[in-house]
Design a protein around this ligand. Sequence first.
Ligand SMILES: NC(=O)C1=CN([C@@H]2O[C@H](COP(=O)(O)OP(=O)(O)OC[C@H]3O[C@@H](n4cnc5c(N)ncnc54)[C@H](O)[C@@H]3O)[C@@H](O)[C@H]2O)C=CC1
Ligand SMILES: O=C(CO)COP(=O)(O)O
Length: 321
Amino acid sequence: MTRIGIAGAGAFGVALAVALAQAGRAVTLWGRDTAGIEALRTRRESPRLNGVILPETVSVTAEIGEMAACGPVLLAVPMQALSGLLTQHGAALDGRTLVACCKGVDLATGRGPSALIAEACPGTTPAVLTGPSFAADIARGLPTALTLACADAETGARLQERLSTPALRLYRSLDVIGAELGGALKNVMAIASGIVIGSGLGESARAALITRGFAEMQRFARAYGAEPETLAGLSGFGDLVLTCTSAQSRNFRYGAALGEGAYFDPQITVEGAATARAVAAIAKARGIDMPVTQSVAHVIDGRRSIQEAVKILLSRPLKEE
Ligand SMILES: NC(=O)C1=CN([C@@H]2O[C@H](COP(=O)(O)OP(=O)(O)OC[C@H]3O[C@@H](n4cnc5c(N)ncnc54)[C@H](O)[C@@H]3O)[C@@H](O)[C@H]2O)C=CC1
Ligand SMILES: O=C(CO)COP(=O)(O)O
């Protein structure tokens, strides 16, 4: 049986390991933190997933060399850590089929996960696994549908087969750019939705924000050659709906804390913050109209108050939908 590798033992990496192992797949889970990995190996519980037990069949390791025994390797680290992971371990991972599970745009280079992988590991065809799925839901075996995007049809079909389980339903796509941009951009909108709800602007305002945010996501993705249908699928629209409407989303909760003026733990992974900055800079340079993203970037950097941002968004010229 082909062994599946997972690099990154945070909430998503552990959840995927649980789901795949429960479906009878051979799984090796790698993490960089030796002490944390030893605790996970012996206690079979992650502090990031309360009440979830990692099956004994999952091999847990802090040795990246063990990924050599795996077919596909799922990269489940935060987007801003991907470049560092590839710099450090690219040689050990090259030649495997690498599947990016991170959602975002790299702030330093303005590139998405597939471009970073292709550069660091030229011997691999990158794929992307993305879509509406909270780690806790996947780990509990709740029904979930995701997009598996790979430019190589044969590799994509093989991955779809290997990574689908009775509860985890993968849809195939050739549009890697569209899939990864959907997952990256929706996090920015989730922060914006959290701000709207946290600052008491109401649910009608949130619906307007989600809709106009979606228009903005499509505009940006189109400029990168993405297929419009991809953005309307699980990786774009599907994940936008999930994270803009659920307090399970860390991006939403971060936005809500900003809106309420409440504390938010800076240790928590909030992908949309760096991505808002990266996308706002690209959009400005390329002349792509991204008013919501620009506003989120301004608010999180403290360059604009929420009240100023809302006033600016509402006073834009009236136009056709
Ligand atoms: N948690 C969720 O519900 C979902 C998360 N994702 C995506 O998965 C990615 C990872 O998110 P989570 O697992 O939730 O984050 P997390 O914060 O729970 O865990 C991140 C893990 O990455 C590790 N890490 C950080 N930098 C590293 C490096 N340079 N090398 C090796 N490991 C490193 C950390 O030690 C930690 O174990 C994000 O892009 C997120 O958007 C996607 C779908 C669902
Ligand atoms: O991407 C996710 C769900 O699809 C997880 O969202 P958060 O990172 O906002 O928690």
